[in-house]
Design a protein around this ligand. Sequence first.
Ligand SMILES: Cc1cc2nc3c(=O)[nH]c(=O)nc-3n(C[C@H](O)[C@H](O)[C@H](O)COP(=O)(O)OP(=O)(O)OC[C@H]3O[C@@H](n4cnc5c(N)ncnc54)[C@H](O)[C@@H]3O)c2cc1C
Length: 504
Amino acid sequence: MQMESVRIVIVGAGVAGISAARELKKRGFRDVKILEASNRVGGRVLTKQYGPHIVELGAQWIHGQGENPIYKLAKANNLVNDTGDDSSSEESDNEAQYFTQFGEQIEGKIARDVTTVMNKLYIEGDRFYREGLPVDEGMLSVGSFFRRRFLDYLAACDDQPDRVSLKKGVFDSYVRFNMVDNGCDTMDEVCIKHWGCYLEYEGSQRDVELKHGYQPVLDLLVEDVQSDWIHFDKPVKSIQYNQDDPVSLKQQDLSSPVNAASCAKTSPVKVVCEDGDEFNADHVIVTSSLGFLKENSESFFQPPLPGVKTNALKRLKFGTVNKVYLEFEKPFWDENYDIILCWLENQPFTLSCIDSESISAKCPWYKDILSFDVLDKLPNVLEMWISGKSAVTMETVPDAELQAVVIEILRRFTNNANIPNPVKMTRTYWSGTPYILGSYSYLPVGASEKDICDLADPVPCQKNPLVLFAGEATSPHHFSTVHGAFSSGVREAMRLSILYGGKV
Ligand SMILES: Cc1cc2nc3c(=O)[nH]c(=O)nc-3n(C[C@H](O)[C@H](O)[C@H](O)COP(=O)(O)OP(=O)(O)OC[C@H]3O[C@@H](n4cnc5c(N)ncnc54)[C@H](O)[C@@H]3O)c2cc1C
């Protein structure tokens, strides 16, 4: 069968789906359809116009430089804030000020000391995977590893109790930072043995800022895809694939006109949409999020996925990270410093702005707020970050209650009762976004890189890849990122290209 006549359906027009389509086009495939449930491309990349500037409701930074394909694309098109070599890129991380729930700003030296310890722990934590170091039974998670090592450090310091308490407060903010970074409920879930499985790219910066946000990067990717390939508002309900067909198209004698004709007629895959439309295909590339697959795989795939895949789906985890943008008439904060919240241990804290029946009183989600970050281009706006179950709970909190809570938190932590109410609030709902259902994937205790590879494997088998899988969660070393999603799309397009005789 000629590449031009191979029928390929891609489920999802996020970065993985668009990147797969782009690569398929480059490699000569012409019969490609992308079925997207929503009315836009991008999925978890969602740049929103905000006056003359933008805010990123989803992905915000390019993680890493060097060979990162998204960095290379953005840099080649003058979309990152840098002047040449990787080391001179504008650093997106601001300095931070750490505040306790009692309105005390923690001395810079204390915060720096804890930062130094944490930086060492990150390197040490990576070594379990990279060097195969044995993991202690009582220290299977990143959370327990951090805690144990941090307590060792405190014991060696011999500080006064007050200073210990403040250091613990800063440490606690680092734990919440890592919860946001991993999208998890607690760091006690995240596997220390596979912590180093996520690979950083070369370069001086971990987080690179985009001049105009992710939208222009997305536009560049979409530019290379035929616009009539993309079908919006087309949620896919199920994928029926022919598990018993042992003969892949590749294995048939395609020079025979009989085989060529029968190939054209057989439809190893049928993609059924919620609106009743059906698409026959030779292959389907599924790029739905891990969250969607975890919830829906049983009814989505007919026949059901093999055990190895469903086990991987069960083991891998998908968490929620949310943001709230608060715009004020004018800044009341120091523009050079993000505001980081540090909860001192075992100290009572209640909010006066909420009644006992409110969601926030019953479930104090606000204790997982990480920070209020300053934004260079939006001087009147603070960006609040929260992760895990609390981020999911926050989605259920009405606007008025949410605003009252965050403003009281800001007032109490910064010891500034005069902070006014914001003039505008914009919030995300990633857990409640249909067909996405969360933010990104991570490797919990009990899961491994093999689960990611199993999830990425096509079904029924490698030789007969009827249903292929892409998306950030299928990237063994770059899961949870835009570049991981991008590379996974390329990987699956190449798989099909090679199947039909294309070059590697
Ligand atoms: C708050 C937040 C912050 C982030 N920050 C960063 C960051 O700074 N840097 C970074 O690199 N990454 C970041 N990420 C992660 C990054 O956005 C994702 O890893 C990446 O965009 C995932 O792309 P994807 O194509 O795999 O999946 P998605 O973006 O989820 O795309 C899948 C698409 O498939 C569609 N779909 C799903 N099921 C169906 C169906 N049944 N029928 C039809 N369509 C369907 C969905 O609507 C969606 O459009 C962040 C994510 C979030 C939420």
